[in-house]
Design a protein around this ligand. Sequence first.
Ligand code: XMP
Length: 325
Amino acid sequence: TWTTAAFVEESIREIRARVGEKRVLLALSGGVDSSTLAFLLYKAIGEQLTCVFIDQGFMRKLEPERLLKLFQEQFHIPVEYVNARDRFIKAIADIIDPEEKRRRIGHEFIRVFEETSKKLGHFDYLAQGTLYPDVIESADTNVDPKTGERVAVKIKSHHNVGGLPKDLRFKLVEPLRKLFKDEVRKVGRSIGLPEEIVQRQPFPGPGLAIRILGKVTAEGLNILRDADLIVRQEINQCGLYHDYWQAFAVLLPIRSVGVMGDKRTYAYPIVLRIVTSEDGMTADWARVPYDVLEGISNRIVNEVKGVNRVVYDITSKPPGTIEWE
Ligand code: XMP
């Protein structure tokens, strides 16, 4: 029978056998896959591993800080933190088109990744949190036709944007490649990852940048981060987090009139997007209890400056998508 302890031991042996004395690069994203991966690699090869965390500035409130703290203070795994917030926001300044926004974020990610990896020296291997379903999906694209070996052509955390440049084609270490998501979660839990990472809902690679419709500004990011945190807190508090595939906020670039105290307001609306789904391919809007919606709405309007209205998205997928961009 499969146990997490046996899996951890087996992968440590396998990683050592594959990598030998060579150096491995790993891009930490904050999800359960890359976090579990980092833990296994560090246990197996210690300082031969370099974890890089590229902060695009599009993560949820407090997540970059928590991730760094977890790795550095609890796991004692060194992390190379790259603050690329200004670069990313500049890269998409004035961009309204969703596809173009994603494309630019993807390209910027590859550029920062490339610069960082070159600065840190030579790496033979790239550790990727490839899971079993990804292996099947990318069966031919990742195999070097000459050697038959699996090589990195893309960065998994941004699988749908931009490939790696030719001179950056590392060999791959993929210790999670035989696992399904629920098994990764079990392993992650067994090595002490906090529940907020183990049970994290899917989060798009371009992050909050695609949840601010149209132009992304520092002001918009601050508003969305605060609203998004309230959504998470309220959904957690009523014990419904596990009932939903995703629950998040979207910021619209239009303003409407409201009244606060005896003053007229003219501010942005937040859209609540809360869905149920099996696999993200189709989804239904969640029948969230009214009192929960009420709690979220009251808190957002009262606590988040710049927002005076909260609306609930009642569109299923299809015809809607889960994200708004
Ligand atoms: P849509 O919006 O297409 O999303 O219904 C389906 C699922 O995919 C997630 N998503 C992404 N995940 N990189 C990712 O890793 C991305 O660029 C990306 N875009 C959407 C989305 O959150 C939902 O769970």
